[in-house]
Design a protein. Structure first.
Length: 300
């Protein structure tokens, strides 16, 4: 038995499918099937019930899966510790970013860090706050940028940005030339929002519910640029963070929302009980220091 067999077994169990596991691991299905069969032969028990349409773990499979995860985690930590011995000459940091986040200044900080530690590599994953929190909790990401509030029992966090959302309209919309718009005036509008993986979706719906109406949502997307295109095509209205609005083209108008205004607060999160490599810890400290400088400069 070797660590690869256990890692392949974990992947098949997580996906309930040999074919999907093979795709995620970039290997052929016969290869992963043979690896699992060899593992079952070594252990002397079947790990999966293949008699049904859906692939299911056997009782032995459930028991071995829990142990396999512990072994794999220990192996991963061993690799991280060996990297640490090289004194930040190498390492890999996994960062979750929401696609609605204007990451320009954030990426400049990462660029400065890369100049200082050129051997450290980065993986960026774009997702909504809910998915980013899940991935940090499951150790699939080291850190993530999310919309507050977050689960303070599970995550440490560092808040670095707060801004209002603005109303996005087609230039011919009756409200497009207003200086500000009351949220109640949007009760009969068609809304285009981010999908349900985004906390911003909940924030907007809750704000509307709190003043007495449920927004009529005609479409959802995970990309602000596509939302902008839909508004420009007169499909509806939307609400986007102020920093994103600065990048919109002239095909849409932005208007301040009041009574109430809707804001979001962005923060870096990392797991309270998760192992962080030395590279990730150093990047986190470096980034927090530079974000604090950015916050200080914005108030001058």
């Amino acid at each position: 038995m070797d660590i690869k067999q256990l890692q392949y077994f974990i992947e098949v169990a997580n996906n309930n499918s040999f074919s999907r596991a093979a795709e995620h691991l970039f290997i052929t299905q016969p290869t992963i099937s043979k690896m699992i069969k060899n593992l079952e032969t070594e252990l002397g028990v079947p790990l999966f019930d293949r008699s049904r349409k859906k692939l299911l773990l056997t009782d032995a499979g459930h028991t071995i899966l829990e142990q396999a995860k512990l072994i794999n985690k220990a192996f991963t930590n061993l690799e991280i510790e060996l990297d640490n011995l090289l004194g930040l000459k190498k390492g890999h940091i996994r960062i979750g970013l929401p696609p609605i986040f204007d990451a320009h200044f954030f990426l400049k900080i990462i660029g400065c860090f890369h100049e200082k530690y050129p051997g450290i590599t980065f993986q960026f994953v774009e997702d909504g706050s809910k998915k980013i929190e899940d991935d940090v909790d499951n150790n699939l990401l080291d850190v993530g940028v999310v919309v507050l509030p977050t689960n303070n029992e599970m995550f440490e966090h560092f808040s670095f940005m707060e801004e209002d959302l603005k109303l996005i309209l087609h230039p011919t919309h009756p409200l497009a030339n207003n200086i500000e718009v009351n949220l109640t005036e949007l009760a009969n509008e068609s809304f285009i929002l981010f999908n349900k993986d985004f906390v911003l979706n909940d924030r907007i719906i809750n704000a509307c519910n709190n003043i007495g109406f449920n927004p009529h949502i005609i479409s959802e997307s995970s990309q602000w640029s596509f939302i902008e295109e839909m508004v420009a095509s007169k499909l509806g209205i939307s609400l986007l963070p102020e920093s994103i609005c600065r990048h919109l083209n002239k095909d849409v108008r932005t208007v301040k929302i009041v009574n109430p205004s809707i804001s979001w607060n962005l923060a870096l999160i990392w797991g309270k009980n998760q192992y962080l490599s030395t590279a990730a810890k150093e990047w986190l400290q470096f980034t927090k220091e530079h974000l604090q400088i950015n916050i200080h400069e914005s108030f001058k």
